[in-house]
Write a protein that binds this ligand. Structure first.
Ligand code: BES
Ligand code: MN
Ligand code: ZN
Length: 500
């Protein structure tokens, strides 16, 4: 989707998408159009009970008195309560209500007077939502009729300070690039994206100035990552760990990087503790944590963020085979701690624990955030509304919660205590990876990870199992892979770690 900003007068023909705020008075643009149409617009809004509430849309075809083919009004709620996210959503809702296979270009405008967000930034946010919702993944359709293919390629947003809007859009567009990359990687099936090919995708970030290291089985063995390697040993596809260094702030006071760590199980059959067949195809998205990390590093590099960040992803395939790890096996992690593998389907934590040790020891981060589709239990607890947040640090937690609210990638914090930690103890090793008792599954997973984290390192674990994929269209995301985490982490960096 191409976005342009123009300070010229709003076109009077073609298709126009326009935001409308809730309240007694419409904005100047809507008022002008209403006048031109002899009050027809307010009349139509009234009969359709369109009030300008957040999420409301009213599509008018050839409205009387105006020469538009199509006028789409999108509600943004009361102007005094306007937020960045509401504008992104409005742009997404606008795109979602257009017949993208029938139009080629549209014009748009954000019709606000003043309020908390300036007009240029508002126009850029609206455009970002439009772009985010336009995502498609149709490379595997070979028979789609031509008239079903999207033809909509461009939106021109009318805004007085078009230059400023364009500048603001630069950052948002870089974020969208990271989001699209993550969605693509998650959507690709597991016969296309497996450890080797996903590592190759990471290497492509060198084009953006990212230094990428790929560690193969030999190096991982030397590092002592017995826990991570145990997960991949049943697969024909050999495991990889990829480290992506983005150094955007050479003169920082604190040169230590912010570290993002991702679970990249390119397919999770469960291994010998095999999953039931129904829905197993979903487990291609068990690498969504790593995709979020890759997308975040992409976004930061693409917009030249003033920050030192590092992404670490553990790429493995969890398969049953004659060489697969068995329930009851004991593995030695890079930290030296031993783990009894009670359940080969609790593999994410086995991958992450070695990544956390590596990140802490070799990269000395100022903060460490890991993302993982770790437990089905988090979906039972929080559904598709919040990701689970587990942390050893209140400040980092607050930063994450705040960023999550701002970009509508929400989090909910769970408790971590010694009493929960005790449940990890094994009869034969330092700990077990799962329990046969009735334990709170998501907290158990988090407590497992915590055993590998130095208490002095601010650390957070995000359990994104319920957030990585959506079965229905969302305002700024069509159904499918969400890239949850990219916008969240980019915002976390922008608000707390950039230029510092
Ligand atoms: N990848 C799954 C978790 C998952 C579930 C992700 C649903 C996305 C959607 C994870 O590896 C897993 O299998 N977890 C087990 C852990 C259990 C065996 C302790 C689970 O949640 O059932
Ligand atoms: Mn599993
Ligand atoms: Zn898994």
């Amino acid at each position: 989707m191409k976005i342009a900003f123009s300070a010229e007068r709003l076109p009077t023909s073609g298709s126009l998408v326009l935001t409308v705020s809730e309240g007694p008075e419409w904005g100047d643009v809507a008022k002008g159009l209403n006048k031109k149409s002899d009050g027809h617009l307010t009349h139509l809004a009234k009969t359709n009970q369109f009030k300008g509430k957040r999420g409301e849309v009213l599509t008018l075809l050839s409205p009387t008195g105006l020469s538009y083919d199509r006028l789409v009004l999108v509600g943004i709620g009361e102007e005094k309560d306007l937020t960045e996210q509401k504008l992104v959503e409005a742009g997404g809702t606008a795109l979602g209500s257009l017949p993208v296979n029938k139009l080629e270009d549209v014009s748009g405008a954000v019709d606000i007077a003043g309020g908390p967000i300036d007009a240029a930034t508002a126009a850029a946010l609206f455009a970002q939502g439009f772009v985010l919702r336009s995502y498609r993944f149709d490379k595997y359709f070979t028979k789609t009729p031509k008239d079903k293919l999207p033809t909509l390629r461009k939106m021109t947003v009318a805004v007085d300070d078009a230059k400023k809007a364009q500048r603001a859009f630069g950052r948002f567009d870089a974020v969208s690039k990271g989001v699209f990359l993550a969605r693509n990687l998650v959507t690709e099936p597991a016969n296309v994206i497996y450890p080797e090919t996903l590592a190759a995708e990471c290497v492509k970030l060198t084009e953006l100035g990212v230094k990428v290291e790929v560690l193969g089985v030999k190096e991982l063995t030397k590092l002592g990552m017995g826990s991570l390697l145990g997960v991949g040993q049943g697969s024909e596809k050999s495991s990889r760990v990829v480290v992506m260094h983005y150094k955007g702030n050479a003169s920082a006071k604190d040169k230590r990087p912010v570290a993002f760590v991702g679970k990249g199980v390119t397919f999770d059959t469960g291994g010998i503790s095999i999953k039931p067949a129904g829905g197993m195809e979903d487990m291609k998205y068990d690498m969504a944590g790593s995709a979020a990390v890759i997308g975040t590093i992409c976004a930061l590099a693409a917009r030249k963020a003033k920050v030192n960040a590092v992404g670490v992803v553990g790429l493995v395939e969890n398969m049953p085979s004659g060489n697969a790890q068995r329930p009851g096996d004991v593995v030695t992690s890079m930290s030296g701690q031993t783990i009894e593998v009670i359940n080969t389907d609790a593999e994410g934590r086995l991958v992450l624990c070695d990544l956390l040790t590596y990140t802490q020891e070799k990269l000395k981060p100022r903060a460490m955030v890991n993302l993982a589709t770790l437990t089905g239990a988090i979906v039972m607890a929080l559904g598709n509304e919040h990701a689970g947040l587990f942390s050893n640090n209140d400040d980092l937690s607050q930063q994450l919660l705040t960023a999550g609210l701002a970009v509508e990638e929400k989090l909910w914090r769970f408790p971590m205590t010694e009493a929960y930690d005790k449940q990890l103890n094994s009869d034969i090793a330092d700990m077990k990876n799962a329990s046969n008792e009735r334990v709170p599954g998501s907290i158990f997973g988090a407590q497992f990870l915590a055993r590998f984290v130095d208490k002095k390192v601010p650390w957070a674990h995000l359990d994104i199992a319920g957030m990585a994929w959506t079965r229905r269209d969302l305002p700024a995301c069509p159904k499918g892979a969400t890239a949850y985490g990219v916008r969240l982490l980019e915002k976390l960096v922008a608000d707390n770690y950039e230029g510092k």
